[in-house]
Ligand binder design. Structure first.
Ligand code: SF4
Length: 329
């Protein structure tokens, strides 16, 4: 136990002296913590920092985010990808205004009720926004914990119990964050720096760190074929907003279906998502876009204002390359 106490003190000292300067680490309001955690779910810290600052500047409060038009939110999210996060963040902001008096709830179960907030994010928010004592297990913390315990497949609850001993009594959230930071900067996937790790005296797995945690089996991506329908009108192209429940929902792009179209195929675009490999035949349609769909003809300037996925940008670039559209975004 004394060894763990010493390790906890060493971890706190290490964090106080070695932590990176990151924009969400100052002015820690619950809203800023929340937005940063949602961005960090699928974006690297270095990429996230400027986007975080821009997003907060555009939507400085939970109220301003709740009231904003979804298109504006998605457009502010451009470049971060995985737009589902932005849609859920927007929905959650509206719920916070309606059901929680504009204040982000404090407990982990209540936080988990909000769209887009899972177990890790709820714990991270509870710790960083409200100073609660909790270990938030993300990939980094899982790796640190698995190596400390020399356990290839640790359960989150076991990690939480064990790592809780490393949190200081005063301001325990510093320990929560120190563990995440340690995994990101010292106990890294391919090259842990054990000689400068504050936990090296209590780490059982350091001599065989590569075995912990065991690699998860990845399922190979499935191949999917789609057909994009292109309607052109001078220098404008028809774009639609996809329904929220579709892949790339909420974003704009040329209509797509999994059924062949009666148009003239002019090119094929390939795009890889995490779990899917998509091949899209791009066809020029001879008729007019169907009525009653949420879409319109847009020019180059209008297209820059819309949230377009990287796949849709590729399709527009392919049309440009084939001389069918005078611009790309
Ligand atoms: S001693 Fe090495 S393997 Fe163990 S936690 Fe520290 S960096 Fe990771």
């Amino acid at each position: 136990m004394t060894a763990m106490k010493d390790a906890a003190a060493a971890l706190s000292h290490w964090f106080d002296t070695q932590q990176r300067t990151l924009p969400w680490r100052h002015e820690r309001t619950p809203y800023r913590v929340w937005v940063s955690e949602i961005i960090l779910q699928q974006t690297q810290v270095v990429t996230a920092a400027p986007y975080f600052e821009r997003f907060i500047e555009r939507f400085p409060t939970v109220g301003s985010l709740a009231q904003a038009d979804l298109d504006d939110v998605l457009s502010a999210w451009q470049g971060l990808g995985y737009y589902r996060r932005a849609r859920l963040l927007h929905q959650a902001a509206q719920q916070v205004m309606t059901h929680h008096d504009g204040r982000l709830p404090k407990t982990v179960p209540e936080l988990q009720q909000l769209p887009g907030i899972g177990a890790y994010t709820a714990r991270a928010i509870a710790a960083f926004a409200y100073g609660q004592r909790t270990v938030a297990v993300d990939g980094n913390v899982r790796r640190v914990g698995a190596r400390l315990l020399a356990e290839p497949n640790p359960r989150d609850t076991d990690l939480q119990d064990h790592l809780d001993d490393l949190l200081p009594k005063h301001r325990p959230e510093r320990g929560t964050e120190a563990l995440i930071e340690l995994g990101a900067t010292v106990c890294t996937v391919k090259e842990p720096h054990c000689h400068r790790c504050p936990l090296r005296h209590v780490c059982r797995g350091q001599d065989a760190w590569w075995a912990y945690p065991a690699a998860r089996k990845r399922t190979p991506p499935t191949s999917v074929h789609h057909y994009a329908q292109i309607w052109l009108d001078g220098d404008r192209v028809w774009l639609e907003r996809r329904p929220d429940d579709m892949p790339l929902g909420g974003q704009w792009g040329p209509p797509q279906s999994d059924q062949p179209t009666h148009g003239r195929t002019v090119t094929t675009v390939r795009h890889a998502f995490t779990h899917r490999k998509l091949t899209v035949d791009v066809a020029i349609m001879p008729d007019h876009p169907p009525r009653g769909r949420e879409g319109r003809f847009v020019n180059a300037h209008e297209a820059t204002q819309l949230a377009l996925s990287s796949l849709d940008r590729k399709i527009l670039a392919a049309l440009h390359d084939h001389g069918l559209l005078p611009w790309e975004v």
